[in-house]
Design a protein around this ligand. Structure first.
Ligand code: FE
Ligand code: ZN
Length: 501
C-alpha cells in the first residue's frame, strides 16, 4: 500500500470540516438545540473562514514545544530563588490578585468554550472553540505552576480555589463567567472572544506582563509570552465570529450590538481591578491606567468600530462614561480595598511620597483634588498606630457585583456615588451605573437570584455574623495574608532575606 502525501490545505480540510457528517436518521436541530434559541440566524456555515489553519496534530506539536521551554524557565527561576529578584515584596500582591481572580477565569473560559463548541453546527467553529478550550486550560495550569513558587514564600496564594466561590471581590469575575456561560453559544463567544479577547485583552495582559517585566518577575513574563501566541489566535477568532454573524443575516445585527454593548461594559467593569493594580500595586510603574485606556481602547478600539460601521455596528454610547471615569476608578478601587484590607487575600498600603507624586503627575485633573488628601489622612492615622479599616460592608451592584464606589462623573459630580435602581416583582435592586441597570432591565430573571456576597454575609450564609466567622469561611485568618503590608509576615520575611533591619 502506498501512502499519499497530502498538501497542508487538503490535510487541513480532511482533518477539520470533512470530519463533519450529514445527519441521516437524527434531526439536526435536536443535535444542536441551542443554535436558534438566541434568535441568531445562520444561513450557511460554509461561509465560516477558519481564522487559523491549524490541525490538531500540529496544534499539539506547537504547544508541547512551548510547554517544554516554559517549564525549563520555571525550573531555572525556582533554582535561582527568582522571587528574591522582584522589585519589592509589595509587587507580589499583584500576583495574588492575578492568581485568585484571573486564573479561575481561565478555567471558566475553558469550560465555556468546550460547551459552546459542542453547540455550533459548523465544524470550523467547533474546532476553533475546542482549541481555545484547551488553550484556556493550559493557561490556568501554567499560571498555577508559575505561582506555586511564590506560594512557598508569600502568604495569600494557597486557598485560591476555595476562595473563588466565596470571597466578595472574586464574585465579580465569577459572576461574569457564570453570566456568559449560562447564555447561548453565540452570546458566549461574542462575550469572551470578541468583547474580552479582541477588544479588552490588551488591557488585562499587557499591564500584568509589562508590570512583571518592570518588577523583575521573569516567571510571569515567561508565561505571558507563552500565552501570547494562543492569545493571537483567540483575538483572530473574536473578530471572525463577529464578522461571520453580521454577514450571515441582517437580523443578527441588533442582537450582536446588544451583546457587544453588554459585554464590553461588563468586561470594562472588571478592569477596575487592573486599573488599581497598575496605579497602586506596582512598585515600578510603567504606565498609568489612564494612559493604557487611551492607547489600547480609545485609539485601537476607535479604529475597530470604524471598521464595523459598514455592518451597522456602532461604538457603545457608554464609552463617554468610561472616558470620564478613567481619571477616577483606580483611586476609588484602591480605596475600597485599602479600607477593606482586613477582608482581602492580599496586602494593601498607602503610597510612598514618590508614588503620590507620580499619581499627581499622571492624574493632574483629579488626584490632588479628590484622592491625595484621603490617602494622606490615612497615612497620618497609620503613623499614630490607628490604621483605618472600615467596619461597614458596601452595597453591591446587582449586575456587576462590584461595591458601589463609582461616582457621578458624567454629570460633573465626582464626589457623589452613582445609585441606580429598578423594581422587579415588587423587589428593589441597585446598580452602580446606567449600564448595569440596563443589563438587568433587559433580562431581570437572570440577575434577581445573583449570589451577592454582602447579602449572603448579612443573611448568615458565610460562616456567621462576625468578622472572625466570615474570615474563617474565607479561610483567611486575620493578620497573615490580609491587613496592611507594613508589619505583615510577607514584609518581615522580605526584610530578613534582603538583610534590612
Ligand atoms: Fe487564556
Ligand atoms: Zn454594576
Amino acid at each position: 500500500m502506498q501512502a499519499k502525501k497530502l498538501n497542508v490545505k487538503d490535510k487541513y480540510r480532511l482533518l477539520t470540516r470533512d470530519l463533519d457528517w450529514e445527519f441521516s436518521y437524527e434531526d439536526r436541530k435536536e443535535a444542536f438545540p441551542y443554535e436558534e434559541f438566541e434568535g441568531i440566524k445562520i444561513t450557511d456555515w460554509d461561509k465560516w473562514e477558519d481564522p487559523f489553519r491549524l490541525t490538531m496534530d500540529a496544534y499539539w506539536k506547537y504547544q508541547a514545544e512551548k510547554e517544554k521551554k516554559l517549564y525549563a524557565i520555571y525550573d531555572a527561576f525556582a533554582q535561582n530563588n527568582g522571587h528574591l529578584n522582584v522589585s519589592d515584596a509589595r509587587y507580589v500582591n499583584a500576583l495574588k490578585v492575578f492568581l485568585t481572580a484571573v486564573s479561575p477565569a481561565e478555567f471558566a473560559s475553558s469550560n465555556g468554550f468546550a460547551w459552546a463548541g459542542r453547540h455550533y453546527g459548523g465544524a470550523g467553529a467547533r474546532v476553533a472553540a475546542q482549541m481555545q478550550s484547551i488553550d484556556e486550560l493550559r493557561h490556568y495550569q501554567t499560571q498555577i505552576h508559575a505561582m506555586s513558587h511564590y506560594n512557598k514564600y508569600f502568604d495569600g496564594f494557597e486557598e485560591f480555589p476555595h476562595m473563588h466561590d466565596r470571597v466578595w471581590y472574586m464574585s465579580v469575575v465569577k459572576s461574569f463567567f457564570d453570566d456568559c456561560r449560562s447564555s447561548g453559544p453565540f452570546e458566549y463567544i461574542v462575550a469572551v472572544s470578541f468583547a474580552f479577547e479582541y477588544v479588552l485583552t490588551n488591557l488585562l495582559f499587557v499591564p500584568f506582563m509589562s508590570g512583571a517585566a518592570y518588577n523583575g518577575d521573569m516567571a510571569t513574563v515567561t508565561f505571558g509570552f507563552s500565552a501570547q501566541s494562543d492569545e493571537a489566535r483567540h483575538m483572530t477568532l473574536g473578530l471572525e465570529i463577529i464578522k461571520f454573524l453580521l454577514e450571515q443575516h441582517e437580523d443578527n445585527v441588533p442582537i450582536v450590538q446588544e451583546w457587544i454593548d453588554k459585554w464590553l461594559w461588563r468586561g470594562y467593569r472588571i478592569l477596575a481591578v487592573v486599573a488599581m493594580m497598575m496605579d497602586y500595586m506596582l512598585p515600578q510603574k510603567f504606565m498609568s491606567w489612564k494612559e493604557a485606556w487611551e492607547l489600547y481602547f480609545e485609539d485601537a478600539g476607535g479604529a475597530l468600530f470604524k471598521d464595523l460601521e459598514r455592518y451597522g455596528i456602532k461604538m457603545p454610547d457608554f464609552t463617554e462614561t468610561i472616558k470620564n471615569e478613567k481619571d477616577h476608578i483606580s483611586h476609588q478601587a484602591w480605596w475600597v480595598f485599602y479600607s477593606h484590607g482586613h477582608a482581602a487575600a492580599f496586602h494593601t498600603w498607602t503610597p510612598t511620597a514618590e508614588e503620590l507624586d507620580w499619581l499627581s503627575e499622571k492624574y493632574p485633573d483629579t488626584f490632588d483634588q479628590y484622592y491625595r488628601p484621603r490617602l494622606e489622612a490615612a497615612a497620618e492615622l497609620e503613623a499614630k498606630g490607628e490604621r483605618f479599616y472600615t467596619a461597614g460592608l458596601p452595597q453591591l451592584c446587582q449586575t456587576c457585583q462590584i461595591p458601589m464606589f463609582f461616582t457621578n462623573v458624567d454629570e460633573g459630580k465626582p464626589t457623589e456615588i452613582v445609585y441606580r435602581e429598578s423594581t422587579y416583582n415588587d423587589e428593589r435592586f441597585h446598580f452602580c451605573s446606567n449600564e448595569c441597570k440596563h443589563i438587568f432591565d433587559r433580562e431581570p430573571e437572570k440577575y434577581v437570584h445573583a449570589w451577592l456576597p454582602v447579602h449572603q454575609i448579612f443573611q448568615g450564609n458565610c460562616g456567621g455574623g462576625g468578622l472572625d466567622e466570615v474570615m474563617e469561611y474565607y479561610r483567611m485568618g486575620l493578620g497573615e495574608m490580609n491587613l496592611d503590608y507594613k508589619g505583615s509576615p510577607d514584609e518581615k520575611r522580605w526584610k530578613k532575606w534582603k538583610g534590612v533591619a
